[in-house]
Write a protein that binds this ligand. Structure first.
Ligand SMILES: *Cc1c(COP(=O)(O)O)cnc(C)c1O
Length: 394
């Protein structure tokens, strides 16, 4: 099928929650191809999902082998793969236990339920989240999300969510009440426009939570699985949350989410408290184990730090030449080019030139290439960004 045929079929039969233009049919590493055979550098990676690149052979093999052996059994039975994945995640998190689910929103729902259950005997149910945050699209997680645009039209929203200012510790302190059960925060706001937390903010939150017996929850859905050059975004700050959520990069495109709960709260959920049919299938867990092993074997945390620094440097060189580009910011391979106007024209022009990126939070061009990205690919993408900026400046 060509792009027109695919788009006509989609418009007829899909609920129009998205408005795509490109039809992608094949991927390998950092490259994807559209239905007409045009090649693109994928600097979006399925929105921070394809951390080891498109169709990494380790992940493909793991899925193929597990699919031929056992795909799903229900959590009414043990499966040998799920605890092995949990052991690996616990190891890199420095302890704790896991619950597996299917998406980022579902993982965050799990965190919210865990915090409420723990607080229930003391009447503590409020969750403080940050303005400009993003936590998902279910009713609870869109209420947690500190952006009115995702909430509009869906009232009445669930109770018990309070929003404070990101990177403003006093604002969070003011939001704490007798009813506060938890604080939920991203180490780097992703959808919010690639805004890293200040070190004093996260360490301050950790201290506040310890003093008041409040749970510190980190949403690592986008920052997790090596994206920032650390396994988890909070690890750059020397703090440990009481529990955190994962999804996006964990399965490299195979849907899987997780919550990882530190020993202190690892046994809050008991049989009957929480469940999901597809959580932790052997197939999903086999994919995720292959992802974690690949990140380790290919030293991708190191590569992420190095390539992230190179990308920032290249983008800042470009930014210096135009007064309508404020600069580049980010951590690891979570990078944003901050413009003084909408980033959409630049995103569209780059797509024409063969680089996929995403205009985020209005004026930020977000780049999230696979962690396997090479210096040559960074140079190539940066050259095209430079070309596009020069054209837009005319
Ligand atoms: C994408 C994202 C989510 C939602 O994940 P889904 O898998 O789309 O439900 C939640 N939190 C953050 C920080 C995200 O980036």
């Amino acid at each position: 099928m060509n792009t027109t045929e695919i788009s006509e079929l989609q418009k007829k039969y899909l609920i129009p929650t998205y408005a795509p233009e490109l039809a992608l049919v094949r991927g390998e590493g950092t490259n994807v191809w559209d239905a007409e055979g045009n090649e693109y550098l994928d600097f979006l990676a399925g929105i921070a999902v394809l951390n080891v690149g498109h169709c990494h052979p380790n992940v493909v093999n793991a899925i193929q082998q597990q699919a031929a052996k056992l795909m799903h059994v229900s959590n009414l039975y043990y499966n040998e793969v799920q605890p092995q994945l949990a052991k690996k995640l616990s190891g890199i998190a420095g302890g704790g236990k896991c619950f597996f689910c299917n998406s980022g929103a579902e993982a965050n729902e799990g965190l919210i339920k865990l915090a409420r259950l723990r607080g229930s005997d003391k009447g503590r149910f409020e969750i403080i989240t940050m303005k400009n945050s993003f936590h998902g699209r279910t009713l609870a997680t869109l209420t947690a999300t500190g952006q009115e645009k995702v909430q509009k039209g869906f009232a009445p929203l669930p109770e018990g969510f309070v929003h404070a200012e990101f990177n403003n510790l006093d604002s969070v302190k003011e939001a704490v009440t007798e009813k506060t059960a938890a604080i939920l925060v991203e180490a780097v706001q992703g959808e919010g426009g690639i805004i890293p937390a200040d070190p004093e903010f996260l360490t301050g939150l950790r201290k506040l939570c310890d003093e008041k017996d409040i749970l510190l929850l980190c949403d690592e859905v986008q920052t997790g699985i090596g994206r920032t050059g650390h396994w988890f975004g909070f690890q750059a700050y020397g703090i440990e949350p009481d529990a955190f959520s994962l999804a996006k990069g964990l399965g490299n495109g195979f849907p899987i989410g997780a919550i990882v709960a530190a020993p202190k709260v690892a046994d809050v959920f008991q049989p009957g408290h929480h469940a999901t049919t597809f959580g932790g299938t052997p197939l999903a867990c086999a994919a995720a184990i292959a992802v974690l092993d690949t990140i380790e074997q290919e030293n991708l945390l190191e590569n992420t730090k190095a390539m992230g620094a190179l990308l920032l440097e290249k983008l800042n060189e470009i930014a210096d030449q135009y007064d309508w580009i404020e600069g580049a910011r980010g951590t690891g391979l979570m990078v944003g080019l901050v413009l003084s106007d909408s980033a959409l024209p630049l995103q569209k022009l780059l797509q024409k030139k063969g680089v996929l990126t995403l205009a985020t939070a209005g004026q930020v061009l977000r780049m999230l290439p696979p962690l396997t990205v090479t210096p040559e690919e960074i140079e190539q993408a940066a050259a095209l960004v430079a070309e596009a900026c020069a054209e837009l400046d005319l």
